[in-house]
Design a protein around this ligand. Structure first.
Ligand code: AMP
Length: 397
């Protein structure tokens, strides 16, 4: 079975084609700057060969048509005909309260997704465009929606409600939804496999640390709490997002600086986080270099992030009544070995004792703590594989 995984952003399409029998990724690619000057596609075959195209891609349809040409290209293609694609799995950011698992897409599902535009105005509309375009261009293949929020639908009401007048939850669906669910689910599953224990017996804290970061408490295989909230702005400070701040700061700044809702939202999403604090970069490598060169604000931004991760690990240990494992994933979690060591230092009381030698790795599955006690580990995430597996499971049924 060959599954195409599609992740449509407002001006980009990320894709991967996976052969499920062979458990093999065949090709991955990215179409960027769709509808903007300078559109391009990078198409990389897993066993070598990269095709780079710079050409006008007026809309998502044009981009997906070109991607299909690449997939079936004589030299860079991996299938002879699109008929070989069994199904398409779409990453959909928001499934609201309606979707607690992946779903086969039909007319009703599309209508439901459109009714969720309010909750994810930047993400769900391009996701739906991607689905409709694939339905048109690959009509024989069933399409599946895999939601970033679905894994978190098990969070109990006392953890997902905000202490606002209850009518806002009822009227507008204002509650914690959580994101990165596909990654948290994949990584917690791999963590159990690495430990050789059933996930249903484990308490795992998954730290997905990247440009966007979130931490999830996975107890007995289900999400019981997560740091992101109504939107992906909540929780840890991130590359450019604030994470949790005192909500009273928002009207205060708006008044002082004479800002409109869009202005303050832009500041909180794009100009804050470690970029805002350091004034240098949202990229953790730049911040580590600057810190090494004595830049105090870069050091402050990193320390705030490290403190945040540490604090949430402790909080989620409390939420679950203990913890068996902490799994690091995402660009920073997989590669930032110094950062991992700093996060774990001081958590010995939880049974986590980092082993410097084992921790000296990037981007591969490995336990990084000393034997005995709780375990910390690195688990490279693979959201596309998880989407493909969920798609396969629905299509086989
Ligand atoms: P992601 O959003 O998961 O792709 O993660 C992107 C983040 O990972 C960026 O902030 C990068 O700085 C960070 N990252 C990538 N490689 C490293 C590294 N070697 N050390 C520290 N951070 C890294």
């Amino acid at each position: 079975m060959v599954i195409l995984v599609v992740n449509c952003g407002s001006s980009s399409v990320k894709y991967k084609l996976l052969d499920m029998q062979e458990k093999k990724e065949l090709v991955s690619g990215l179409a960027e700057r769709i509808g903007i000057e300078g559109s391009k596609i990078k198409h990389e075959k897993a066993d070598g060969g990269t095709l780079k195209l710079e050409q006008n891609l007026a809309d998502h349809k044009a981009a997906l048509e070109k991607i299909i040409e690449c997939l079936t290209d004589d030299e860079y293609g991996v299938v002879n005909d699109i008929a070989e694609i069994t199904a398409v799995g779409h990453r959909v950011v928001h499934g609201g309260e309606k979707f607690n698992k992946a779903v086969l897409i039909n007319e009703d599902v599309l209508n439901e997704l459109e009714s969720l535009f309010d909750l994810a105005p930047l993400h769900n509309p391009p996701n739906v465009v991607g689905i409709k375009t694939c339905q048109e261009l690959i009509p024989h293949a069933p399409q599946v929606a895999v939601f970033d929020t679905a894994f978190h639908q098990t969070i109990p009401d006392y953890a997902f409600n905000y202490a606002l007048p209850y009518q806002y939850y009822e009227k507008y669906g204002i509650r914690k939804y959580g994101f990165h669910g596909t990654s948290h689910k994949y990584v917690s599953g791999r963590a159990a496999t690495m430990l050789g224990k059933p996930l249903t017996d484990l308490k795992v804290v998954v730290c997905h640390l990247g440009n966007g970061s979130s931490i999830t408490a996975v107890k007995n295989g289900v999400s019981v709490d997560t740091t992101m909230g109504f939107t992906p702005l909540a929780g840890l400070p991130m590359g450019t997002r604030t994470g949790d701040i005192d909500p009273a700061i928002i009207p205060f700044i708006m008044e002082k600086e004479n800002l409109q809702p869009d202005d303050i939202s832009n500041i909180m999403n794009k100009k804050s986080g470690v970029l805002g604090v350091s004034g240098i970069s949202s990229d953790f490598r730049d911040l580590e270099d600057a810190e090494a060169n004595g830049n105090e604000r870069a050091a402050l931004a990193l320390n705030m992030f490290i403190y945040g991760v540490k604090r949430w690990i402790g909080a989620f240990g409390a939420a679950m009544g203990g913890l068996d494992a902490v799994a690091f994933t995402g660009g920073i979690g997989e590669n930032g070995k110094e950062l991992r060591e700093k996060v774990l230092t001081g958590l010995e009381y939880l049974g986590l004792e980092v082993d410097a030698e084992k921790n000296n790795i990037r981007g591969k599955e490995q336990i990084i703590t000393k034997d005995g006690g709780a375990v910390a580990m690195v688990v490279p995430t693979n959201e596309e594989l998880m989407i493909a597996k969920e798609t396969e499971a629905l299509v086989i049924k």
